[in-house]
Design a binder for this molecule. Structure first.
Ligand code: SAM
Ligand code: SF4
Length: 434
């Protein structure tokens, strides 16, 4: 029996898919990348923006053709859209067999057995929950791993649906995280990415008190782990202690992803982000003073309700001041159920698109200028796989997360090698093995 899985959205969803793959392989399914040849189709979905939902709806519609050719194929919809829409998915697409929520992943094998045993479509969506087997995954890579440290989110940024589809924020006990990373290290993993919607607030509500900086320090003691990354940091909770540890500890990768969202204090307030542009700039100065070669990446939303040209100009000003290595930019998408959904004064789409383009042009120029500074220098690169840039080309990442393409062979995958940078584009570098 063959199973096909498709994942949309963030690293959390990628990590959830690794858990789903572990579960279906345990049940005797082999993974296939060919949807036409699969007996079980799982779509792990994202609902952060409306477009993702529209795309999914188009995609599920296409699956009807496969189902009409072979009625035994099982179609399962999981992830954030499933958590959000629940039975509505089955009402809209009666040929969908199983809808499972973000807190119901562990149940999937039982749901599949129940459906195969006969009966109507199943929707299993719990409002909250925590799977003690969260670390049981089939990883995409042998040498690097995602490690969830918190699940859910309590921040309720006014535009964001995540707290509604991922539940309350909970931290995973430190001893479980450390045990898991030790096991990963013994199994050959050399890079871990600690995951959470706001990793900086790690530890809230734990009996055994531990803060995020304390956790980082303990993970960093596991010397076989050569690179420790963490995602995502929230500026309201980013403390100087984190910068201090990153400066002291060699295996903490010099990269901080710190979503700005807007450069205007008025908009940040309406977004409920709980920091100002001045707070943000103070964090950046602290990082740059202590770790000059640290790269900083960000997320920015354009066209939030009520945003004026002068607010947007303040965002552009921040982009120029901070000089992000990369910015993930999004056009504001109203999400039903969030506070901002009710906000008036929506920006016309043509303005949003114009501002978006303007921001991208400036950011791409900055990314290119920053990348050009690496030309002629040598860096340690963790080889991740084949590059899409051509045959015989491999792709890897520098400690600061910049992607490097270079000539090499598959035997190098998983190794950290010295690469001399020979060329730069906005989103990647070209290099030569040293
Ligand atoms: N927890 C992370 C944080 O606070 O930065 C990010 C989580 S969210 C999955 C990733 C990014 O999606 C956010 O940083 C934000 O820029 C963007 N995003 C979230 N809701 C959005 C919306 N309604 N419209 C457009 N972009 C949105
Ligand atoms: Fe969404 Fe804000 Fe939570 Fe990030 S911190 S997931 S943007 S509510």
């Amino acid at each position: 029996m063959k199973a096909y899985i498709e994942t949309s959205g963030c690293q959390m969803n990628e990590n959830d898919s690794e858990r789903i793959i572990y579960l279906f392989e345990r049940e005797g399914y082999n993974r296939t990348r060919d949807i036409e040849k699969s007996d079980l189709i799982i779509l792990n979905t994202c609902t952060v923006r409306e477009r993702a939902k529209n795309r999914l709806y188009g995609h599920i519609g296409n699956l009807k053709r496969l189902k009409s050719k072979n009625n035994d194929i099982l179609i399962c919809i999981g992830g954030c859209i499933a958590q959000n829409l629940k039975e509505r998915i089955i009402e809209d697409f009666p040929f969908v067999d199983i809808v499972f929520g973000t807190h119901n992943i562990a149940e999937l094998p039982d749901l599949i057995k129940r459906k195969i045993a006969g009966g109507k479509s199943i929707c299993s969506v719990r409002d909250d929950g925590y799977d003690p087997d969260i670390f049981k995954v089939k990883r995409e890579y042998d040498f690097k791993a995602y490690v969830p440290i918190t699940i859910g989110c309590d921040n309720y940024c006014s535009y964001c649906i995540v707290p509604f589809v991922r539940g309350k924020e909970r931290s995973i006990e430190k001893n479980k995280i450390i045990k898991n990373i030790n096991m990963l290290a013994c199994g050959g993993v050399i890079e871990v990415t600690l995951l959470g919607q706001n990793v900086n607030s790690y530890g809230k509500g734990l009996d055994d008190k531990c803060t995020f900086p304390q956790l980082l320090e303990e993970v960093s003691d596991i010397k076989k782990i050569r690179r420790i990354r963490f995602l995502t940091s929230h500026p309201k909770d980013f403390s100087k202690d984190i910068t201090g540890i990153m400066k002291r500890r060699k295996n903490l990768a010099k990269h901080v992803h710190l979503p700005l969202q807007s450069g205007s204090n008025r908009i940040l307030k309406k977004m409920n982000r709980l920091y100002s542009r001045e707070d943000y700039l103070n964090i950046i100065s602290n990082i740059k003073d202590n770790i000059p070669d640290c790269s900083i990446t960000t997320d920015i939303i354009i066209g939030f309700p009520g945003e004026k040209r002068e607010d947007f100009v303040k965002t552009l000003d921040m982009v120029k001041k901070v000089r992000f290595a990369r910015a993930f930019t999004f056009i504001y998408s109203p999400r039903e159920g969030t506070r901002a959904y009710k906000f008036k004064d929506c920006i016309p789409m043509k303005d949003k698109q114009k501002w978006f383009r303007e921001l991208l042009d400036i950011q791409n120029m900055i990314s290119l200028e920053e990348n050009k500074k690496f030309i002629g220098h040598k860096f340690e690169v963790l080889v991740e796989g084949r590059s899409k840039k051509g045959t015989c080309m491999m792709e890897g990442r520098m400690e600061n997360n910049t992607v490097v393409n270079f000539r090499g062979s598959a035997g190098l995958i998983g190794k950290i090698l010295s690469v001399k940078i020979t060329g730069a584009k906005s989103f990647y570098l070209m290099g030569k093995l040293d």
